[in-house]
Design a protein around this ligand. Structure first.
Ligand code: BEZ
Length: 305
């Protein structure tokens, strides 16, 4: 069986019609029908029910489709990932979640540029979920995100766990709690969480921090992104739980209070394509660790090797 058989079969199954599938594949219909017959003969099973319109798959055909699609996706990812790895020499495309921009990301990028002026670095703000897709499609080479993913095509390194803090309007009734707040103080407050999509996202990390403490915030509003959440906090529309890096975003109508709960942390991950050991990636990791060393931030050094 060849990849061509899988591609043809998926097109037929998706179009539910041989003529449309042939058009989509830019081939004539008779060779497409022959290829499908050949595939059924090779497997010794019936994949497509005979004489139905629109065309229907047999149960075996549905099974084959469910496995053929991810295989074709993997082949496509392999192609783009390999092309990207081969091209990596002088460019490095970095994906990052917005909160890191207010924390250490600018220092890390500057350190990297100082050490490797020959490399052209591009920065792209995107959620962790978007980063994973962009890595596989070869649009970025490294992602700085916050969510765990179990994607077998991605190598993820935990850089550190960052404390969460509470952002609020300066006249908020909890603003006087300089010693810090607890989740139980916050459950009844209108709460802004972000990003609304794609999920899972930092919004789910915040909700999980509550549910891990057997709590549920009473009034939750989901908003598109961090900047919108912070604008609404400044307008007195609610509070937001954010990583402490966000304190680097100074706004005269927002203040931050510590969150005392022991488990209120958000991880920062370094994600790359599995087995991508381009020196630029190792150098980027070294730039992160060197900033951590300068600032005395506790961490465990890992290597891509
Ligand atoms: C950090 O805050 O630890 C961090 C931010 C951006 C990239 C890598 C690490």
């Amino acid at each position: 069986m060849e990849l061509r058989h899988l591609r043809y079969f998926v097109a037929v199954a998706e179009e539910r019609n041989f003529t449309r599938a042939a058009e989509r594949l830019h081939i004539a219909q008779p060779p497409l029908s022959r290829q499908m017959q050949q595939l059924e003969e090779m497997l010794g099973v019936t994949l497509i029910e005979k004489g139905t319109r629109p065309l229907r798959l047999t149960e075996t055909g549905e099974f084959f489709l469910a496995h053929a699609r991810p295989l074709l996706d993997q082949v496509r990812d392999l192609k783009t990932m390999t092309q990207r790895v081969g091209k990596l020499e002088r460019t490095l495309s970095v994906g990052f979640v917005a909160s890191t921009l207010y924390g250490l990301l600018p220092d890390i990028i500057r350190r990297y540029r100082e050490r490797h002026p020959e490399v052209e670095v591009t920065l792209n703000e995107m959620t962790t979920v978007e980063q994973l897709k962009a890595l596989k499609e070869g649009r970025i080479d490294v992602g700085f995100g916050r969510l765990k993913s179990e994607d077998p095509n991605i190598r993820r390194i935990l850089l550190r766990e960052e404390r969460m803090v509470v952002a609020m309007f300066p006249n908020h009734r909890l603003a006087g709690s300089e010693a810090g707040l607890r989740l139980t103080d916050l459950v009844k407050e209108p709460m802004l969480i972000y990003p609304k999509s794609p999920r899972p996202s930092f919004a789910d990390q915040v909700l999980a921090v509550f549910s891990d403490a057997n709590l549920a915030p009473a009034h939750v509003t989901e908003v598109r992104e961090l900047q919108i959440a912070m604008g609404l906090v400044a307008a007195g529309q609610g509070i937001a739980i954010v990583p402490e890096s966000v304190q680097g975003m100074h706004h005269r109508n927002v203040l931050y209070r510590k969150l005392e709960d022991k488990h209120a942390f958000s991880p920062i991950f370094f994600s790359v394509r599995y087995r991508d050991r381009a020196p630029e990636l190792e150098n980027m990791l070294a730039a992160v660790y060197s900033i951590y060393d300068d600032l005395g931030i506790l961490h465990v050094k890992e290597s891509l090797a």
